[in-house]
Ligand binder design. Sequence first.
Ligand SMILES: CSC[C@H]1O[C@@H](n2cnc3c(O)ncnc32)[C@H](O)[C@@H]1O
Ligand SMILES: [Zn+2]
Length: 440
Amino acid sequence: MLVDLLIQARWIIPVEPASAIHEHASLVIDDGRIVDLLPIEQAMSKYQARQVEVLDRHALIPGLINCHTHAAMSLLRGIADDLHLMDWLQNHIWPAEQKWVSETFVRDGTDLAIAEMLRCGTTCFNDMYFFPEIVAQQAVQHGIRANIGLIVFDFPTVWAENADAYLTKGLALHEQLRHETLISTSFAPHAPYTVSDGPLRNVITYADEMNLTVHMHLHETAHEVDEQKAKSGQTPLQRLHELGLLTPSFIAVHMTQLSSEDILFYAQTGGHIVHCPESNLKLASGFCPVAECLAAGINVALGTDGAASNNDLDMLSEMRTAALLGKGVAGDASAVSATTALEMATINGAKALGLDAEIGSLVIGKAADVVAIDLSELETQPLFNPLAQIVYAAGRHQVTDVWVNGKQLLRKRELTSFDVPALRQKITLWQERLQEHPAN
Ligand SMILES: CSC[C@H]1O[C@@H](n2cnc3c(O)ncnc32)[C@H](O)[C@@H]1O
Ligand SMILES: [Zn+2]
């Protein structure tokens, strides 16, 4: 049988079934899809391939899914460090966004983010940012998969003047993107403290009607919870439940402030959590009790958040931090194992986005979103368990090749869909502008 691509690898870690590791195996790809996974010898006799990749020092894993980011904020990396969330947002980030965010800013910042994400093995990102039509356009241009947030705020910003306008523009964008293979959309009301009940009710109505997920920052800090309690006597979680927002289509980002009762309650709603451990640590927001959430049956995915609060978009290091922090918070070294961390960064992200029939594992029939990691470097030797090595020891420089939907976007660490010198020039210009005219 003639196929497009055959990748021969030292190891293939499909994520489903959990803990499976194939040695000396081939992944067979045709028309953007995985058509087989079998021993190298068998693949050679069964398939004739237009292209054969021999990656005999590498592990293949499913493309990593960054389940929460603000891609264009890569241009604000390092603009305001070592601050608590509300000081960071209100006194630094929002003024900078008000001054600088434009279509061009989002185009260049998203390009920088996509380049960084591809170079660390991310093949799909869940975005929440201004000018989402530009984020989608850049994702399509570079061939990466993206879930685009149809953002909602109460207040005017550079993208829309009020909550109704955000929704109207979001609905039009959803319509425009309906037929894009690599693009899906979610409603993305920013947070409980920036979106009031009326717009949230509208989001619920549209999300139900259109069968879309809803993606929102929630219980990020103790301040957020205390403020809502002082205002209405409820926690933000209780308020959103009363409004009817908490369903299996709901994706709560952060969730660092949760009691054991909150966890059991949230599990019953079927909602998902996106854990962003590095952003939470850097802003000192708190710790999501990941092991307890997983034990309660909650699907917990992983995200970097934006590059201004992380300060990178590296899902490999995010997995490592999630595993280490998860153990520390649980007081249990067996909590959040390497296998679990890899699931959080792949299949759990796909489940949260409702894309698990398509991506998240190297299973026959799914799209060929695939990452190769060279484990022969000194930093990952000696090697006893390739999966544990990826989570606990590998660095993003070891990601050598990346395919999205069967198309190679990183080849031997070179980006195939970017003019890197031109991108560098644009970033330098933004640095000069931001340095010369700080927003505060
Ligand atoms: C609706 S556009 C996204 C909006 O969110 C801001 N943001 C970035 N990181 C965080 C965070 O951790 N919590 C809350 N809000 C955040 C970003 O700057 C945009 O204004
Ligand atoms: Zn965020």
